[in-house]
Design a protein around this ligand. Structure first.
Ligand code: SAH
Length: 213
């Protein structure tokens, strides 16, 4: 587990690329500049770790593209101490970004292999989520609700009702919605029954799986 000056230099270049693509939140850029993304990937992909691209990880899943991570995190508007629920822990990279921003992170993964691997890996880098859970993200995590932010990192065919219900008033749900292609969608909870919905551009995610492996 090595992080070298070369890696740091490549990370800075990645941060500059994200800036040119429109990411402005300084805290998000700082987190991406700090986190050793290459350590979240299998060794064969080390040379690609700081390109702005998604890459395969275990169990046929992907580590999201840095721009996507930055874009979603920016929409979430995380502040220190905020309780945030992540659906789709995967490699743990997005989890680490949320930890860097000072969020209290709860994250759910439904692939056992990834859940185990990432549960062991994140603490080694010093990232301590409040809870990593092996389970089904469609249900959210009602025991710890409500959340200031909920971020879904897989493509959802529809918006799961429990996720909206587990937002606090003023809370934000960032979720890519769609089958083949997803529209990044933000829901802000305005009241018990009212949500403000805003749609952003199109993204491509691996599917949020329900009742199957
Ligand atoms: N945040 C991750 C992205 C991983 S890709 C990262 O930065 O690496 C999406 C992840 O969502 C995969 O790991 C996949 O196994 C997981 N996933 C798919 N359906 C899920 C569900 N219903 N509940 C929880 N996780 C799910």
């Amino acid at each position: 587990m090595k992080d070298t000056f070369k890696h740091k230099g490549m990370r800075q270049q990645l941060v500059n690329v994200l800036k040119t693509k429109g990411i402005t939140n300084e805290n998000v850029l700082r987190a991406i500049g700090k986190i050793p993304r290459h350590l979240f990937m299998d060794s064969g992909f080390l040379d690609h770790a700081y390109q702005d691209k998604a890459f395969p990880i275990a169990a046929d899943q992907t580590i999201s593209q840095p721009y996507t991570v930055a874009f979603q995190t920016e929409l979430l508007q995380v502040e220190k101490g905020d309780k945030v629920l992540e659906i789709g822990t995967g490699s743990g990279y997005q989890t680490a970004v949320l930890c860097e921003l000072g969020a209290k992170v709860y994250s759910i993964e439904r692939q056992q292999e990834l859940f185990k691997k990432t549960s062991q890996f994140l603490p080694k880098l010093g990232y301590r989520a409040k809870k990593l859970i092996f389970g089904d993200g469609y249900k959210g995590l009602v025991e710890e609700a409500p959340y200031k932010g909920i971020i879904v990192t897989a493509g959802a065919p529809f918006v799961p009702k429990p996720l909206l219900a587990q937002l606090e008033i003023g809370g934000r749900l960032v979720i890519p919605v769609g089958d083949q292609v997803q529209t990044m969608t933000l829901f802000v909870r305005k009241g018990i029954k009212s949500f403000e919905k805003t749609e952003f551009g199109e993204f491509r995610f691996v599917p949020l799986l329900e009742d199957k492996n």
